[in-house]
Design a protein around this ligand. Structure first.
Ligand code: ADP
Ligand code: SF4
Ligand code: MG
Length: 329
């Protein structure tokens, strides 16, 4: 079966998350009406600057944070308003790998017990079966079995992240959320972790949400990509289309940050100048209008919706796509 023929593992509609600020009538607009879905075997890359709402979306989908509004269907079952106790049995099927492996792991547990913990919590495996499965998982994340008898403090950041990944895949989950899994690691070990994730993606039928602030990082393993700006999706397309034919001015500016120095680089470097506006006081109209090099008067008033940009699976939210003036260079 191709990915298109199967129903999504995760389908998110109209997701909103606002945090209180402590002041009356004032909230942080972290996530503002987000729609996306991920099918079995598909990896969706989610990209946006720091503060654009990526982690909040990941945490809300797993019900680690309560949504303000919206629907979250997991394997066809609506979970956004499900009582917490009813969510618990789903935990085995939804796993998350966090940015910081140091704080994600109990320092007093041996690596073997850390990897076996999800098996202990969510399966009826015997002690012997858990032992075999733990050895197998260590192999899958290319962690020498010598490390299994050690404590987290004996391992490097990259090795610890391998432990976290082994834990995340231990129960063969249907959904894996990777929240900036390489951002806190030394540059020298990032490529190895990305290669491992690409390898696991080939072996699993899980739906994967891969979150990163860096477009280049998600490129390696994403089938489709969503680009977030201030808690809204501004572009949603096949990974290749994002790299070859970015339609939204914000995506184009993220891309230009990746280009090697060239004669146009100076012009391009100006593109993302200016601060990201506060999600407490959201700009009117198109939220990107305060930084957009091709903004027009209407952008301050009219909020663009995601619409076809290119083929029918490529969508972007920019008023200037209609007149073809959405290119920033
Ligand atoms: N628990 C919280 N309370 C208040 N504001 C929060 C909380 N968590 C996140 N935020 C705010 O929500 C916005 C989105 O944050 P986050 O989802 O962490 O973004 P990202 O992961 O893209 O960097 C930010 O402005 C952040 O400060
Ligand atoms: S709608 Fe206007 S401000 Fe927003 S991205 Fe398009 S041109 Fe720029
Ligand atoms: Mg984050």
């Amino acid at each position: 079966m191709t990915a298109e023929q199967t129903s999504p593992v995760l389908d998110v509609r109209g997701l909103v998350k606002h945090f209180p600020t402590g002041k009356r009538d004032q909230v942080v607009h972290a996530v503002n009406g987000v729609n996306f879905s991920i099918r079995p075997g598909e990896t969706l890359g989610m990209v946006g600057e720091s503060g654009s709402g990526k982690s909040t979306i990941g945490r809300t989908v797993l019900r680690l944070t309560e949504p303000t509004a919206g629907k979250i269907a997991f394997q066809g079952q609506e979970i956004a308003e499900m009582p917490m106790a009813a969510c618990r049995p789903l935990r085995a099927d939804m796993q998350m790998v966090f940015q910081d492996p140091w704080s994600a792991l109990n320092p007093r547990m041996k690596v073997r017990d850390l990897i076996a913990e999800p098996l202990l919590l969510h399966t009826k495996m015997t002690r012997g079966e858990r032992r075999d499965r733990t050895d197998e998982l260590a192999g899958r994340v290319h962690l020498s079995t010598d490390f299994l008898t050690r404590y987290p403090s004996d391992l490097s950041g990259g090795q610890l992240q391998r432990v976290c990944i082994a834990r995340a895949i231990a129960t063969n989950p249907k959904l894996i959320i990777l929240d900036e899994p390489t951002s806190s690691l030394d540059i020298s070990v990032r490529a190895g972790i990305l290669e491992l994730l690409a390898e696991i993606k080939q072996q699993t039928e899980a739906a994967v949400l891969f979150i990163s602030h860096d477009l280049g990082t998600v490129r390696l393993i994403s089938d489709r990509i969503v680009v977030l700006y201030l808690g809204k999706i501004v572009e949603y397309a096949d990974a290749d289309a994002v790299f070859e034919d970015a339609a939204h001015p914000y995506t184009q500016s993220l891309m230009s940050a990746h280009l090697p120095a060239n004669p146009k680089a100076e012009i391009r470097r100006h593109v993302l100048e200016g601060e990201v506006p506060s999600p407490i006081d959201m700009p009117s109209g198109c939220a990107f209008h305060t930084r957009c090099p091709v903004a027009i008067e209407d952008c301050r008033r009219t909020e663009p919706q995601l619409e076809a940009a290119g083929n029918n699976t490529h969508q972007a939210a920019c008023l200037r796509i209609l007149d073809g003036k959405n290119r920033i260079d």
